[in-house]
Design a protein around this ligand. Structure first.
Ligand code: SF4
Length: 697
């Protein structure tokens, strides 16, 4: 038997753990953490091992599929790409360029073959109707980074391994494996932090991260912005801000502080459940800590005041002297830069959505508007769709309406490896070859890592002659669309050449050969101050008071005074280490054991509604209703309901045999597409008012 070992980073989440893969007679047989990876040091989570399931999944699409009646037929690649290009071009020829929409799902960011090749295709398609999972996830982070620092990806990252004190809001890195904070083995890193300093978690649920924290503060869902304003007021009361590092480089600080000092935080305790005295103590801890950082993630960015939350976090880190400081929050000066010349800084409001008039950001429209753009008749109506590695029917608010809208499209082309709840409506499905057959460099998550690292990933095995890589599909689609439209298409170089060009542009001195000689990756050391030199605002200053963000304080003030809807609970999401957004539910290793799709409620809330633990309940919101099994959860505060995202696998026509067995219900059948974080346009999914009662047969 021919046995060998291959080293490669895991492509499934932000942690980019190094994996050691055992290959026998050319077939992948076993996976474990790569002990020699200087960053992940052998860490692997259950999803890493599930790569074995993904590679062997009998449900996975291996050849291009073309719709034939209610089913699909396999066709060849040349025919599939040509027909896809013709379909997309025909929609645009008949109804205009914007009649074609594009949706880009979360996995794209993890694959060089997508992230590096999509921009050329999008430019060629010339549509303004581009949507992605970013606007149901992290737009507030990007919008704030662009407004304050001049570039959407100039994101300060917690210096997790050196900080002495961290305040974590709306994030559960132990389950999510870190997010906008690439930190493999994050549980160990947080435990070390708690041992040398303090880890304070603010979350409506006693999450897996809260369980290892020095302190957990249960907060009412949606009250984080008010909490952060109060924290800022208490910090300001402790004396002059520490701003020596920023002399002459701050714009609008007085305006911002005046607005925040004047903000009425009297409703804090009633609204958030957290006493003022506790907030004052946290401010003293933040002020006194030798190094500290405030970090907030998806639980904040997907709520109604996501942008205010992320702006306040930047200001708290700035005013406490921890922005761009060791042990605080610093951008990673990655060896392949995703900021600077030639990158998309993230402009805003260059055009608006046709139906609701929502502003564009970074070339995209809020995905909460996708269904109405398809369903609303008139000039500019969307009639064709291209999706890349996405499942918007489960990932986007108003999922049922979007499901029906996509079913009625004239043309739908999907680049995907599954017939999922969305791609079941496609006219063509183009499945990329395994990522293990491709060269890969993680552009995004090396740039958001808590250390400066670099790792090139070589193919584990050769791509089959009858397979196409992601980049070849996108390049082929661009060529076919151009041919059908009578335009020119410039073929893209292969990934190795693209990666080499990126390294050269970064100017670190590292070459492809250096990375190839280091199969476990290279550790270039801890984060170092660099934000001041990299600011991309017009005047080189941090804009502390962007108008459109400051304006949103009035909406927050009104919300703080509003009364709770009678009988409502507030719904939040729940992440599990064995799940990954709306996919990975077809992997046997990840769905075995007890079901994870249940709704969780506090026992008192169950009793008050006459609902038994384990019963089936009906849950409705202003936007929809679902039925799901419920569990009593002592880790949840009363008044809060908790449901994981990405389930609802019971729809006909999918090829997800394992996922169907753990169908659950979709959070996004409840989420309201009209509920947005106004400054960014990100969907407000978290803190939804819901009413729950026993389900009746
Ligand atoms: S933590 Fe993320 S990168 Fe690491 S093994 Fe799990 S899924 Fe893969």
């Amino acid at each position: 038997m021919d046995t060998r070992t291959h080293f490669r980073a895991c492509p499934l989440c932000e942690a980019i753990c190094g994996l050691e893969m055992r290959v026998e007679d050319g077939a992948l047989r076993a996976i474990r953490g790569d002990l020699a990876d200087p960053f992940s040091r052998g860490h692997v989570c259950p999803k890493g091992n599930a790569i074995l399931d993904l590679e062997a999944d009998p449900d996975r699409v291996r050849r291009p599929l073309r719709r034939r009646g209610r089913d699909f037929e396999e066709i060849g690649w040349d025919e599939a790409l040509a027909e896809a290009g013709e379909r997309l071009a025909a929609v645009q020829a008949a109804h205009g360029a914007d009649a074609l929409a594009v949706y880009v799902g979360n996995p794209n960011v993890h694959h060089f073959g997508h992230i590096a090749y999509l921009p050329a295709l999008l430019r060629a398609l010339r549509t303004r109707n581009v949507f992605s999972a970013s606007s149901v996830d992290q737009w507030p982070h990007q919008v704030v980074a662009r407004a304050m620092y001049g570039h959407q990806f100039l994101l300060p990252i917690p210096d997790l391994d050196r900080t002495q004190w961290i305040l974590v809001l709306g994030a559960n890195p132990v389950a999510s494996n870190g997010s906008l904070m690439t930190a493999p083995g994050v549980a160990r890193r947080l435990e070390d932090l708690a041992a040398r300093g303090r880890l304070v978690v603010v979350d409506p649920r006693r999450t897996e991260t809260a369980a290892i924290a020095s302190e957990h503060l249960p907060i009412r869902p949606g009250a984080d912005a008010l909490f952060l304003v109060a924290l800022m007021q208490e910090l300001l009361a402790l004396g002059a801000p520490r701003l020596a590092h920023w002399d002459g480089r701050l714009r609008g600080l007085d305006t911002a502080l005046e607005a925040l000092r004047a903000f009425d935080t009297a409703p804090l305790e009633a609204r958030s459940g957290i006493p003022r005295a506790t907030v004052a103590r946290l401010a003293r801890e933040l002020h006194a800590a030798p190094s500290a950082v405030v970090y907030g993630r998806m639980g904040l960015s997907t709520q109604a005041f996501g942008t205010l939350c992320q702006w306040l976090i930047q200001l708290l880190n700035l005013l406490s002297g921890n922005l761009d400081a060791e042990g605080g929050a610093l951008p990673n000066d990655a060896v392949i830069p995703i900021t600077g010349p030639g990158t998309s800084r993230g402009q805003r409001d260059r055009w608006r959505s046709r139906v609701r008039g929502l502003p564009e950001f970074a070339g995209e429209l809020p995905v909460a508007a996708l269904a109405e753009e398809i369903l609303t008749t008139g000039p500019g109506q969307v009639r064709g769709l291209l999706t890349c590695a996405g499942n918007p029917v489960l990932s986007v608010p108003g999922g049922r309406a979007l499901d029906a809208a996509i079913a009625g499209l004239d043309s739908y082309v999907a680049v995907d490896i599954y017939v999922n709840e969305t791609t079941r409506h496609a006219h063509l499905i183009l499945p990329p070859a395994s990522p293990l057959t491709q060269w890969h460099y993680d552009l995004i998550f090396n740039a958001f890592a808590v250390r400066r690292v670099a790792r090139l990933n070589a193919p584990l095995s050769a791509q089959g002659a009858d397979e196409r890589a992601d980049w070849q599909i996108l390049d082929g689609l661009g060529a076919a669309h151009a041919r059908a439209s009578g335009r020119e298409w410039r073929a893209q170089p292969d990934p190795r050449r693209m990666i080499a060009a990126g390294l050269e542009r970064g100017g670190s001195g590292l070459t492809l050969a250096d990375l190839e000689a280091a199969p476990h990756g290279i550790d270039l050391g801890p984060l170092r101050p660099n934000l001041r030199e990299r600011l991309e605002t017009e005047d080189g200053c941090i804009d502390c008071a962007p108008d459109f963000i400051l304006d949103d304080l009035a909406r927050l003030a009104a919300d703080a005074r509003a009364t709770e809807p009678a009988g409502a609970l507030r719904l939040i999401g729940r992440r599990h280490v064995r799940s990954n957004n709306s996919w990975m539910h077809n992997a046997p290793r990840l769905v075995k054991g007890k079901p994870r799709h249940h709704l969780h409620m506090h026992a008192d809330d169950l009793a008050a509604r006459g609902i038994a633990d384990g019963a089936r309940v009906r849950m409705r919101s202003a936007a929809g209703a679902i039925e799901v099994e419920v569990r009593a959860d002592p880790d949840l505060a009363p008044g809060v309901a908790c449901l994981p995202h990405g389930f609802g696998h019971d729809r006909p026509g999918t090829r997800l045999s394992r996922a169907r067995a753990v169908a659950g219900a979709s959070y996004n059948d409840l989420a309201d597409p009209m509920a947005l974080d106004v400054p960014s346009g990100n969907a407000a999914l978290n803190g939804l008012a819901v009413w729950i009662e026993p389900a009746h047969d």
